[in-house]
Ligand binder design. Structure first.
Ligand SMILES: *Cc1c(COP(=O)(O)O)cnc(C)c1O
Length: 364
């Protein structure tokens, strides 16, 4: 590792008391509680990255003219730290998040943080707050590194001052009462990303633009939204924050190919490798909305599932649109391919199985 940032350590003298922390870790939910510390690194055009510090978690003092508040110059990542049965702590492919973060930075005209410094920042946060990594039961410590334009200047150009911050939040199992198929609303009015846009970057702006579609989903009794391509409104892209998979009756699995408008999920990439080793043929290609509908009706498509760091793999139960619905799975139905890949991935992440791909990174 050739990380070059040196951190000042300003550790908290009032950490969350251990009894309260245990109470939180018993039922953390998702994104509600935060650990005792955060990492912060500053960047300016003149000095580059500097003033790296690990300090008590707490509010930021932010100038009302800060670039991010006006023009959304912001990117983020999401990954997890897992406690293994022997007590050791590991992250999953943090180098892949580092690479994607650097690509997102370039697209949003933000400075790139060297990949080794990205990984080292998370290692420092996780090892400092190691007591916050829950054990067992599909619990984890969710890590949220992000970067934003912090210059106080209301003009339109890339911010000459930037902050990189990383925070951590304990996470419970995504499905508190067992894996349950999600219902999906097809967004026919709104799209998520267009060629030449920011769809392949992990930036807050993509999420801001997807929220109205998410609202529409909820209003129509669905939990998540599926987006189509912005040009023909014909090709399946992905959900608001998860990539999609289609299992065919011959055991082969299909995921939409990356065309610049789909976020390149690290879970998606891991599934490509795992599914292959489990004997499934994997196809990355364009898939039409019509193929989804008629495939389910004809029995050619036998399962649909979505993947991402937070939920790992979740079966898709139904797809609903104005005037119609298809059902892939009801609660309690077996979704063998999704379940098999899900277990295989979780076993690697939680240290219950060999890691033949060298994906796990030891932190503590
Ligand atoms: C983060 C994200 C995903 C999933 O990526 P993972 O690396 O697997 O967590 C999928 N789609 C979008 C839009 C995302 O932001």
């Amino acid at each position: 590792m050739t990380a070059s940032l040196e951190y000042a350590r300003q550790l908290t003298d009032s950490p969350v008391p251990p009894e309260r922390r245990d109470e939180i870790l018993a039922d953390p939910g998702f994104g509600k509680f935060f650990t005792d510390h955060m990492v912060e690194v500053s960047w300016t055009a003149e000095r580059g990255w500097h003033d790296a510090v690990i300090k008590p978690y707490g509010p930021l003092l932010i100038d009302p003219a800060s670039a991010v508040l006006h023009y959304a110059q912001e990117i983020f990542e999401g990954l997890k730290a897992y406690r293994h049965p022997d007590g050791s702590i590991w992250t999953f492919r943090p180098d892949a998040n580092a690479r994607r973060f650097a690509n997102s930075a370039k697209r949003l005209a933000l400075p790139t943080l060297p990949e080794d410094d990205f990984v080292a920042a998370l290692d420092l946060l996780v090892s400092t707050d190691a007591a916050w990594v829950p054990s067992g039961g599909e619990k984890s410590l969710y890590l949220r590194p992000f970067m934003y334009g912090s210059e106080a200047f209301i003009g339109v150009r890339p911010s000459a001052e930037v902050k990189f911050i990383a925070i951590a939040s304990p996470a419970g199992p995504y499905f508190a009462s067992g894996v349950k198929p999600v219902s999906i609303w097809l967004s026919e009015e709104y799209t998520r990303a267009a060629i030449g846009g920011t769809g392949a970057a992990k930036c807050g702006g993509n999420y801001a633009a997807s929220l109205v579609a998410q609202q529409e989903a909820i209003a129509n009794g669905c939990e998540q939204v599926a987006f189509l391509d912005a040009v023909e409104r014909r090709w399946i892209e992905e959900l608001g924050g998860m990539n999609l998979w289609f299992v065919q009756d011959d055991g082969s699995i299909v995921t939409p190919e990356l065309t610049g408008t789909i976020l390149e999920g690290i879970t998606r990439d891991a599934i490509i490798a795992l599914a292959g080793s489990l004997g499934h043929k994997v196809e990355e290609r364009k898939i039409e909305l019509d193929e989804w509908r008629t495939g389910v009706e004809s029995g050619r498509i036998v399962e649909v599932f979505a993947c991402g760091t937070a939920a790992v793999i979740t079966p898709v139960g139904s797809l609903k649109w104005r005037g119609g619905e298809i059902v892939m799975a009801k609660e309690g139905d077996a979704t063998p391919v999704a379940s098999e890949i899900r277990s295989r991935l979780l076993d690697i992440q939680y240290g219950r199985a060999e890691d033949p791909h060298g994906w796990m990174h030891r932190v503590a």
